[in-house]
Design a protein around this ligand. Structure first.
Ligand SMILES: Nc1ncnc2c1ncn2[C@@H]1O[C@H](COP(=O)(O)OP(=O)(O)OP(=O)(O)O)[C@@H](O)[C@H]1O
Ligand SMILES: [Mg+2]
Length: 243
């Protein structure tokens, strides 16, 4: 098993407040890894740090490797150019541009060795709704459709590893499963994916491995099947631990 994305001792500190505290994580090639935790646990701070991005000016320590190559000190732009592509929390697409125009803003890289290049045909097949809406402006789309555009844009950048921060935020439960099932399809085609999610139940159905983050630290990790029975997950997220 090869590791596409690896973080070692990753820490993000805002003054005296340690938002991410010595996190080790690995996303193996062609696997889907989930990251869950309470509000404020540090999930966004962590996934942003992997992408080389942060809110404010924290002190960031530790190592991030993409396919064995160090990403340390590289800008988010440089990391994305090498295939480490983030869809941040709260998406952000252009409301005055149509779906097609939003997607056309991304130029696939010239060298796609080891990368997954998604054609427009493939994207329309994954998100038929976007094909129907291709001439609609971003501002007219539903939350779910906007999320599809944000993910599609990331796919057009030919990711090696895709980082998704709460893609299901604000979506109806039925759409959450639909979106996450589509993400699973991408992984089954060979993409490596790290997914931050609030919907633990849906996440456990689809990921290969799950990490639980508490106050910036990884307090539990393991295969999804095992994590389903972890008391910390049962108690706090599945609400099915009987006294
Ligand atoms: N710019 C900043 N300055 C100071 N502290 C910050 C900054 N950004 C984040 N933090 C702190 O980092 C901690 C983790 O926040 P983060 O947004 O990563 O949590 P999260 O797990 O993504 O939460 P949510 O589930 O609500 O999205 C919080 O205590 C937050 O206050
Ligand atoms: Mg967050």
């Amino acid at each position: 098993m090869t590791i596409d994305l690896e973080a070692t001792g990753l820490s993000v500190r805002y003054g005296g407040n340690v938002a991410v505290d010595g996190v080790d994580l690995a996303v193996p090639t062609g696997r889907m890894v989930g990251m869950v935790g309470a509000n404020g646990a540090g999930k966004s701070t962590l996934i942003n740090a992997l992408a080389g991005w942060s809110r404010g000016t924290p002190v960031v320590r530790g190592t991030v490797r993409l396919g064995g190559a160090s990403m340390d000190g590289l800008s988010p732009h440089r990391r994305a150019a090498q295939g480490l592509v983030l869809v941040p929390e709260g998406k952000g697409i252009f409301s005055e541009l149509t779906v097609m125009e939003n997607l056309a803003l991304v130029r696939p890289p010239a060298d796609t060795t080891g990368r997954h290049l998604f054609s427009m045909e493939e994207i329309h097949e994954l998100f038929p709704r976007l094909a129907e809406r291709r001439h609609h402006k971003g501002g007219m789309l539903s939350g779910g459709e906007r999320q599809m555009v944000a993910v599609s844009r990331a796919l057009r950048a030919a990711p090696r590893v895709l980082l998704l921060d709460e893609p299901s935020a604000g979506l109806a439960p039925r759409l959450v499963y639909e979106l996450l099932e589509t993400m699973r399809k991408l992984v089954d085609r060979g993409l490596s994916l790290l997914l931050v999610e609030q919907n633990v139940r849906a996440t456990l159905e689809l990921v290969d491995e799950l990490y639980l983050l508490e106050r910036g630290k990884v307090v539990a990790r393991g295969p999804a099947a095992a994590m389903k029975n972890d008391p910390r997950i049962l108690e706090a997220y599945l609400g099915s631990l009987t006294a």
